[in-house]
Design a protein around this ligand. Sequence first.
Ligand SMILES: NC(=O)C1=CN([C@@H]2O[C@H](COP(=O)(O)OP(=O)(O)OC[C@H]3O[C@@H](n4cnc5c(N)ncnc54)[C@H](O)[C@@H]3O)[C@@H](O)[C@H]2O)C=CC1
Ligand SMILES: CC(=O)C(=O)O
Ligand SMILES: [Mg+2]
Length: 543
Amino acid sequence: MTIVLTPYVSGGAQKLKAASQSPAGPKHGLTPPALDDAVHALRCLAQLRSKDKGIEKYIYLSMLKEQDPAMFYKLCLANMSEFTPIIYTPTVGDACLQYSHIYRRPEGLYVSIKDKGNIKSVISNWPRVDEARISVVTDGSRILGLGDLGINGMPISIGKLSLYIAGAGIRPTSTIPICLDLGTNNQAYLDDPLYLGLRERRVPDNEMTEFMDEFMDEMSVAFPKLMVQFEDFSTDHAFAYLERYRNKYPVFNDDIQGTGAVVLSGFLNAAKISSAVSGRPLSSHRILFFGAGSAGVGVASQLMSFFTIQGLSVDEARERVWLVDSQGLVYDARGKLAEHKKYFSRKDYEGPPMKNLLDIIDYVKPTALLGLSTISNAFNAEVIRAMSALNARPIIFPLSNPVRLSECTFSDAVENSNGNVLFASGSPFDPIEYNGKTLYPGQGNNMYIFPGLGLGSILSRAKSVTDTMVEAASLGLAESLTPEEHDAGLLYPRIERIREISANIAKDVIRAAQKAGVDRSPELREPNDDDVYKRVQSKMWTP
Ligand SMILES: NC(=O)C1=CN([C@@H]2O[C@H](COP(=O)(O)OP(=O)(O)OC[C@H]3O[C@@H](n4cnc5c(N)ncnc54)[C@H](O)[C@@H]3O)[C@@H](O)[C@H]2O)C=CC1
Ligand SMILES: CC(=O)C(=O)O
Ligand SMILES: [Mg+2]
């Protein structure tokens, strides 16, 4: 097995660019006479905007990032709401689906099951330009809502790290995108002559766990200051490996914890608006989850703290949550349940299986409906109308990605709720004009959380990522709305402010790490919050 790796910052074109420059300025003759950085930025944007298809824009930006990372990140930061749907969801979903076909060059670390027993030497091939601080690791088994994409999952690790760099100022050379190749059960890829991964079905769990133990151990030895973000592992493995490693290494699972944190934050802001209209106490909200996988259960667990903050006991908080999976309402009397669904399984329903979402809404009478099911249009007009009949301001969050799997669109939610919906989706939708008013959709995506959570964990040198650190990230995000954003009815801050938001979240995460006693940066313990915030900002890499 040949392992080839080159960090994307050292491509051939970049070497040519370096050769064309000296500290005193461009070497005469190696660049066009009128090349100017500010004008070139406009040229790059024009080239990007001249492309019709999302995937072409993705390829263009991917090349720009390799050739001129500073220009890429400068443009990204200046145009966040235009760039994120290209480098991240939804277009990154297409890039994953087609990765083996659009592949140009290696962009991360590929570790395969064939390397078991020899992972140390594979990792040692990673070029050490800077000390690695953050790695996003996927096994490609559940990429967004697109299923098992095998090695084609690599762009998700790359995309998340681009957001770490843009959104939290992590140095590009301190990041490692990783895709683990443990085979794939995707028959179309196994049959595809261009497929870049192992042409084998996924290995059994015991073999995977031996591999993961070796991988995590060697990573921690090779990169002692590294923080690992697990991404898009299929649900059973997502829970299992988070539990297995979370007290041993600095690691978190973005789909369980990052999603939990971002949804808690948006839910807090939505519930306050909804309760102000209905007069209903915050503690009496009733939350129906459509989808009970890693994301659904991760969010449900995080939302427990919404209720415990209002003074409910843990048992009372659990009573405010109902789960629905592909078999319908999740309840004990239904029979055998997957381990991760048991905690929220209802004990107070013993009737026949309840499958129809309208029937379930009629039974539960939810104030909030959250979709993490990958089923597009599951929240159809009737469902939205049923939620609107129950609530003056219904909370409806279709959170599945990419956008074509969203449980409903923003315009459907607005139309069928007469403009009253409190809305957040996983992938972005455009604002809508409704009755002479501009309505803005929230984007309830973990991209608001992981950059700040990662940065705070790195700067505090956290030994592990505690639940209190994740909760701090969530509450920090909820509190970061400006008065203008509140007045515009936003549930999340504008993405253009991502650096300021990430710095604030990082400060709160550092404080939580200190409280939990898992920090290893004593120099951050003495300064007050303002000074910690300034130190965080001063550590951010700026293109
Ligand atoms: N907005 C965000 O930041 C995030 C969104 N997600 C999205 O959440 C979705 C789910 O992710 P996971 O939980 O990891 O996947 P999963 O595959 O583990 O879970 C899907 C769940 O939906 C249920 N389901 C499937 N068909 C159904 C049907 N017809 N009716 C009712 N329930 C049905 C399944 O039983 C399962 O419980 C994905 O689309 C993913 O992109 C995941 C993480 C973050
Ligand atoms: C956003 C994300 O992490 C997901 O859809 O899996
Ligand atoms: Mg994910």
